[in-house]
Design a protein around this ligand. Structure first.
Ligand SMILES: Cc1cc2nc3c(=O)[nH]c(=O)nc-3n(C[C@H](O)[C@H](O)[C@H](O)COP(=O)(O)OP(=O)(O)OC[C@H]3O[C@@H](n4cnc5c(N)ncnc54)[C@H](O)[C@@H]3O)c2cc1C
Length: 480
């Protein structure tokens, strides 16, 4: 494995210790399907991987545990897409740009009028992704959970899945792990890192929610009266004033006195002021979307007990925020909770080690690679508990971007498998930068095209020429 300078050599590396099913047990399972390109996880990266793979003409199947596509974007309600752009021009293109254009075309559902700035309606994204996937001929299997990787002679040849029909096997010539947590690669024995190398702790979760029946005009007036109100110009065709406001203890933001009062009056807990953020979205008049509550402490996204506790604690906090908004924020008196996120928002968990380990130095020194599959200049963005005073955001030099090499998607030790999304091969800090949605989409597209090239040429994806891949992605509209 290669890596850029600054790679923390002391970082713990973990490997899955045992596979659950014997070869005989797998051979006895019913066959659910066979695919040329199997995508496990239909989220931010996986939906795009499925679309890109389907368009190559190879038999493509996307397996997803939920009943819709989009993953963290739709299921965890992470609806702002962070800007990844240089002088107003998005650094990602290809299918990412196509999705944004399609959201824009649904005038009431997107706010993408000036490039990759803005927020989207998660329901609209579900429609857009599903239409694109189904229309390109890819197959989709919802409500199906990946359980184990089938590895023969060091090659991933299929996966074991579980659903209402029971346990079964899907055979695949090539598999893309887009589960966010690297579930397939983990079960196949790929080594990984997880958490901050200094503390071993992962970035906090968030369990996001929406409030409805809000008088947004009154709420906006109230925020203006406090003096801090981030207003974007109203999007063309939108009836919604674009509001963004936040509160974090100790930063002297205007909502802090109200938070203190609410804590004193027993409406909020002190932890509720660790990170509070709220904004409006086009296509959802009368609604506020919250990037909170934030859950710190036991935050391993691959531990079902941690995920369960996060939902329980998150739901309790959502009730407190709801009461806070109704009592203290003008315009929210009649608000109700529209929805809480089905998925816990996991910022970072397993990072599967690959042929290249992207580092903080690569990001901050704006390194370029011949086999680049995406460009990024979103800063290193580490959410930490409030008492940790290290800076949250570290920016690249002005006007600069770095590249993500294809090798970050090629896991060590097993063949016929690629990873795409936030579980790429990157250090904790580098992942904190490249994990934003447009990059995950670009990784999904690149992984699918690489798999098609590997099938065309009859070679494992590890041997795909990354420079040729880059050229093919450029020909498909990627900005590389
Ligand atoms: C709270 C929070 C706030 C964020 N804020 C922003 C932001 O403002 N802007 C931005 O651009 N990015 C933001 N991000 C980052 C970004 O949203 C994520 O990094 C990105 O969406 C992850 O994409 P992914 O494809 O790797 O995973 P996901 O989108 O989570 O996709 C994984 C998919 O795999 C499925 N899956 C998982 N395991 C299995 C299994 N075993 N079997 C079957 N299916 C499975 C899941 O259901 C899901 O659909 C935020 C992330 C979080 C958590």
């Amino acid at each position: 494995m290669q890596s850029g300078a600054g790679c923390p050599t002391a970082a713990a590396v973990f490997v899955a210790l045992s596979m659950a099913l014997s070869p005989q047990a797998i051979a006895d399972l019913p066959v659910v399907a066979a695919a040329d390109i199997l995508v496990v996880g239909g989220g931010t990266a996986g939906a795009v991987a499925g679309i890109a793979a389907g368009r190559t003409g190879y038999r493509t199947l996307v397996v997803e545990q939920l009943g819709y596509l989009g993953g963290t974007q739709t299921g965890a309600l992470v609806t702002p897409m962070m800007p990844n752009q240089l002088q107003g021009t998005p650094l990602n293109g290809g299918i990412d740009a196509e999705i944004n254009q399609r959201l824009n075309d649904l005038v009431e559902s997107g706010v993408w009028r000036d490039g990759n700035r803005g927020w989207f309606n998660p329901e609209a994204l579900k429609w857009v992704l599903e239409e694109m996937l189904v229309s390109c001929g890819a197959q989709l299997l919802y409500y199906t959970f990946f359980e184990d990787a089938v590895v023969v002679d060091g090659q991933v040849v299929g996966v074991v899945v579980t659903n209402k029909a029971g346990r079964g096997v899907i055979w695949a010539k090539r598999t893309i792990d887009a589960t966010g947590d690297g579930d397939v690669a983990y079960r196949a024995g790929v080594p990984f890192q997880s958490g901050d190398p200094e503390t071993g702790v992962n970035q906090p979760f968030s369990v996001r929610f929406h409030l409805g029946n809000v008088d947004l005009a009154r709420f906006a007036d109230f925020l203006r009266s406090l003096g801090r109100y981030e207003v974007m110009d109203q999007a063309e065709g939108s009836q919604v004033p674009l509001i963004h406001t936040a509160m974090v203890w100790g930063r002297n933001w205007p909502l802090e006195p109200l938070f203190r009062q609410a804590v004193a009056e027993g409406v909020l807990l002190p932890e509720d002021g660790e990170y509070f953020q709220v904004f409006t979205m086009a296509g959802r008049p009368g609604e506020l979307a919250f990037n909170c509550p934030r859950i710190s402490g036991e935050v391993d996204g691959t531990n079902p007990w941690h995920l369960t506790q996060a939902q329980i604690r998150g739901r309790q906090a959502i009730r407190r925020y709801w009461q806070f908004c109704r009592r203290y924020l003008p315009g929210c008196e009649q608000a109700y909770v529209v929805m809480g996120a089905a998925l816990v928002g996991v910022r970072e968990s397993r990072r599967m080690l690959g042929e290249y380990l992207l580092t903080e130095t690569d990001v901050l020194e704006a390194r370029k690679f011949p086999d680049a599959i995406a460009r990024n200049n979103y800063p290193i963005d580490i959410h930490r508990p409030t008492k940790d005073q290290r800076p949250g955001l570290t920016h690249l030099p002005p006007g600069e971007y770095h590249e993500i090499p294809y090798r970050c998607l090629v896991p060590l030790g097993v063949e016929q498998l690629l990873v795409a999304g936030r579980c790429l091969s990157a250090t904790f800090a580098a992942q904190g930068s490249v994990r934003v949605q447009s990059n995950c989409r670009a990784m999904g597209e690149a992984a699918a095209v690489a798999m098609a090239m590997s099938l065309d040429e009859g070679i494992p994806p590890r041997q795909v020429d990354g420079v040729a891949l880059r050229q093919r992605l450029i020909a498909q509209g990627a900005r590389l």
